[in-house]
Structures are given as structure tokens and as C-alpha cells.
Design a binder for this molecule. Structure first.
Ligand code: GLU
Length: 279
């Protein structure tokens, strides 16, 4: 890769690393070429993240042979930065406060006139109940007003180089409104969201190519939109395949059988793991 890219591996410390994480980290390192590979700790979910998992992640990655600059960026240190971005979007009329519970949303979506709700990257598309209601943001989740946001940016474009979705992608307002809708930018309990933090941090860290699993491809249009709204650059994207178990199911954190620590304990070498994953 000419000049090298800045890439990152961005785990959430909510469980032990398994083979799928090792693959994601190795793809990111490989695609950095002679650029820079970064580690970022995505720990906005304070209820599920644990310091011991963070240490275990570092140990496993070190053992695999990965190195990164310290100190690493930890999202829990940056809640004020995410809050400033949310405020900016609220002030520009591109976001609004939402007091709906999950139950409220389910009930609104199951009303007979609604038909089958579209399922977006974050689940059922929000029916817009709180839009225009002027609720107090201090007590609420903050949602993006997708219609207002797309009117501000016009169609979105991004380049993807992964195996499944390679090419230039275009997303127009109608599609974003119907299939993504008013996604949550800031959860009441987190004070931010995955989408907002990831976009702000990729820009803050100068990431030039986002590499991650193809399960996150659908979220990418949301990220490109937020970049446009917040005046941040859009990196290149590379969504890689997911590592699956013998039954073809994608690995989850609870699949301890595929935990790297277990392979290590059974005497596997870093080279064994690399070969197993096709490196
Ligand atoms: N923290 C996310 C995860 O563990 C990855 C986010 C990203 O790469 O954009 O799945």
C-alpha cells in the first residue's frame, strides 16, 4: 500500500478475544502496510466492559505479535467530546430528544396502520414519535433527524474495498429515511452511541482506512453521514469476512472454545493462529 494507511483495531472489552478478533486485528495490521496500526478501546458500555478483559486483549494481541503506539485511546475518556458533537447537532436542528422506551417503540410499530417495520442497522426503524415534540435533551436519548440530515448533505458516497461489497456506494435520502431512519446518537445510559464515537475517534486518530467485519457494513452509510454533518473526513472502508465456527455460525464473545487464550493454553503458537486464519 503506497505510503501506508492508518488503520485501527477497536475492540470492546466485554469478553475474551477469539479467533474472529485475531483475524480483524491481523487484517488491520496487514492493511496498514508501512503506515500505522492503532488499538482503540471502545468501552462506552460501562456495564459490560471490564478492566480484566482490556488487559487480556492487550496480552493476546502482544502474544500475536501486534504492536501499537501508547497511550491508546479509550472512549470512556472522551464522553465530553461526544456530548459536544451531540449538542452541535441539536443546535443545528439535525437531532432531537426522544423519551420513548423500547416498549413505546414496539407499540407504535405494531399499530395496524404501520405495516411491517423496516429493520435497519440498529433494529426496527424508529417511527418518529418524538420528532418535533421539543423534549428536554437532558433527560432523553438523542436521535438524528434523518430527513433533515440528508437534506443538509445530499446523497452520500463512499469507497469500499472488501470482498463482499467492493466498489463505490451511493446512498440517497429516500433510502436512508426508509431503511435507517432516526438512529440514536446518544443513549441515555451511555451518553453517546457506537456510531457517534466511532466517527469522531476515527477522525481524531487520523484513521485513513477503516477495516472491520462485514457485519458492520450496513452501519457505514450512517458513519459517512455523520462525517459530513460534523465536517470530518471520510476514510476508505474495508469490511472483511467473518470467521465462523464449524457450523457456519459467526463467533461471538461467549464462544469460549475459540478464545485465543484457550489456543495459547493448549500450546498453539502465534504462527499457528496466523496460518489457521490464512495469513
Ligand atoms: N467496537 C466494535 C466491535 O467490537 C468495532 C467497531 C468498528 O470497528 O467500527 O465490534
Amino acid at each position: 500500500m503506497a505510503g501506508g494507511a492508518v488503520t485501527r483495531f477497536a475492540p470492546s472489552p466485554t469478553g475474551p478475544l477469539h479467533l474472529g478478533h485475531a483475524y480483524a486485528a491481523l487484517v488491520a495490521q496487514q492493511r496498514a502496510g508501512d503506515g500505522r496500526f492503532l488499538l482503540r478501546i471502545e468501552d462506552i458500555d460501562r456495564a459490560r466492559c471490564r478492566a480484566e478483559y482490556e488487559q487480556a486483549i492487550r496480552d493476546d494481541l502482544h502474544w500475536l505479535g501486534l504492536r501499537w503506539p501508547e497511550p491508546v485511546l479509550r472512549q470512556s475518556d472522551r464522553l465530553n467530546i461526544y456530548a459536544q458533537a451531540t449538542d452541535k447537532l441539536l443546535e443545528s436542528g439535525l437531532a432531537y430528544a426522544c423519551v420513548c422506551t423500547r416498549g413505546d417503540i414496539r407499540a407504535a410499530l405494531s399499530a395496524p396502520q404501520e405495516g411491517d417495520p423496516a429493520i435497519g442497522p440498529d433494529g426496527p426503524v424508529y417511527p418518529g414519535t418524538c420528532r418535533g415534540r421539543g423534549h428536554d435533551p437532558a433527560q432523553a436519548a438523542i436521535r438524528l433527524d434523518m430527513r433533515a440530515a440528508m437534506a443538509r448533505t445530499g446523497p452520500l458516497r463512499f469507497d469500499e474495498t472488501g470482498p463482499r461489497h467492493g466498489g463505490t456506494h451511493l446512498r440517497r435520502a429516500a433510502e436512508m429515511i426508509e431503511t435507517v431512519g432516526d438512529i440514536v446518537l446518544s443513549r441515555r445510559d451511555f451518553g453517546t452511541s457506537y456510531h457517534l464515537s466511532v466517527v469522531i475517534d476515527d477522525a481524531a486518530q487520523g484513521v485513513t482506512e477503516v477495516t472491520r467485519g462485514e457485519d458492520l457494513f450496513a452501519a457505514t452509510a450512517i458513519h459517512v453521514l455523520l462525517q459530513r454533518l460534523l465536517g470530518l473526513p471520510t476514510p476508505a472502508y474495508h469490511h472483511h469476512r467473518l470467521i465462523r465456527d464449524d457450523q457456519g455460525k459467526r463467533l461471538a464473545k461467549r464462544d469460549d472454545a475459540r478464545a485465543l487464550a484457550k489456543y495459547r493454553a493448549e500450546g498453539a503458537t502465534p504462527q499457528d493462529i496466523r496460518s489457521l486464519l490464512g495469513f
